[in-house]
Ligand binder design. Structure first.
Ligand code: HMG
Ligand code: MG
Length: 298
């Protein structure tokens, strides 16, 4: 069965843009976030407070956060790999901070330069400080369905990291398919296993669409009881530490799916289609959203 309502977290301004080679002007980033919040998203991942040496595109996170309109009811999230990032998030008045771990050791090393265990130790003070500041806390688990360096990833590792993130106080954990290799049965099984131990209200699906499986995977995850999904307008994105990884599932495609299933999202699909066309034009490329392109051509 399907949920009657899902929460869609728009990650385009962060996951979507972080891998762009050419620096995107801050005012474009700000306009992107504003267009998305006005389209009705209750959660927009707006920036990263990471090392600018590692991810130069996200270097202007503080300015983005200081300049956007803060739509009441929208949670603005930012990535924080360590206390330095947390201080930035706090100063920027982020509503939610995201700590990001991995289910594979090799990816943890490449992405945040430490082991999984070290990362969890590093996240503990971030989690505590976030709670003390009254901020929401989210924890991401990269490579939950496969790793670009290690290949197959044991579902038990995903659960183990998920449980640690929950123990740290995460309101939500994101089961992430960084390189988009997961397929529907695998997603169903991993999500079922996780939700045997963790209430699905705390679990989201973060699917990249590299192999074109993301929509099927969302359907499979819904059948396993998940009702929070991440997506990126125009399917923007790719991870700088996962070679060949392409964007997140396109938000327009997800909204079109939900519309067809009579599942409420609270989001204005037309506004997202316009935004997808606008940002793609800015990036001088065609949108990666099939639904977005079809609807724009109508
Ligand atoms: P490191 O080099 O081990 O750490 O990086 P460090 O402490 O030696 O710091 C290196 C430099 O960065 C130093 O500067 C620090 O001051 C500075 P220097 O002294 O050389 O001038 N620095 C910072 N600057 C700004 N903000 C900070 C910060 N921290 C240190 N917070 C570190 C370790 C974790 C910092 C680095 O590896 C890093 O920033 N990694 C982030 C990588 C990243 O953002 N990846 C993409 C996001 S994750 C993702 O996309 C996956 C997800 O979508 C889910 C999925 O799909 O899988 C979430
Ligand atoms: Mg991602």
């Amino acid at each position: 069965s399907y949920p009657s309502r899902v929460k869609i977290v728009e990650v385009g301004p962060r996951d979507g843009l972080q891998n762009e080679k050419e620096f995107i002007p801050t005012d474009i980033k700000v306009e992107l976030v504003n267009r998305l919040s006005h389209a009705g998203f209750v959660n927009v991942e707006a920036a990263s407070f990471v090392s600018p040496k590692w991810v130069p595109q996200m270097a202007d996170g503080a300015e983005v956060m200081a300049t956007i309109d803060r739509r009441p009811g929208t949670i603005y999230s930012v990535l924080t790999p360590n206390m330095r990032g947390f201080e930035g998030a706090l100063a920027a008045k982020a509503d939610e901070v995201v700590i990001f771990a991995a289910a594979s050791e090799a990816f943890s090393q490449r992405n945040i330069n430490c082991s999984i265990e070290e990362s969890l130790e590093r996240f503990a003070p971030v989690a505590q400080a976030a709670k003390e500041a009254g901020m929401r806390l989210r924890g991401s688990i990269s490579c939950s369905f496969g790793c670009p360096y290690e290949g197959a990833v044991a579902p038990a590792n995903v659960l183990k990291v998920g449980q640690r993130l929950i123990e740290l106080g995460c309101d939500e954990i994101d089961v992430a398919d960084t390189i988009g290799v997961g397929t529907a049965r695998q997603v169903y099984e991993v999500m079922r296993m996780i939700t045997e131990h963790i209430d699905p209200v705390h679990v989201s699906g973060h699917f990249h669409d590299t192999y074109g499986q993301a929509i099927a995977n969302i359907v499979a995850a819904m059948q396993a009881g998940i009702h929070i999904f991440h997506s990126s307008v125009a399917g923007l994105g790719g991870c700088p530490y996962a070679k060949g990884a392409t964007g997140n599932v396109a938000t327009e495609d997800v909204l079109f799916l939900m519309q067809g299933l009579d599942i409420e999202t609270g989001i204005d699909l037309n506004a997202v289609v316009d935004t997808g066309q606008w940002i793609s034009a800015h990036l001088k490329r065609k949108s990666a959203s099939n639904a977005g392109n079809a609807l724009a051509a109508r």
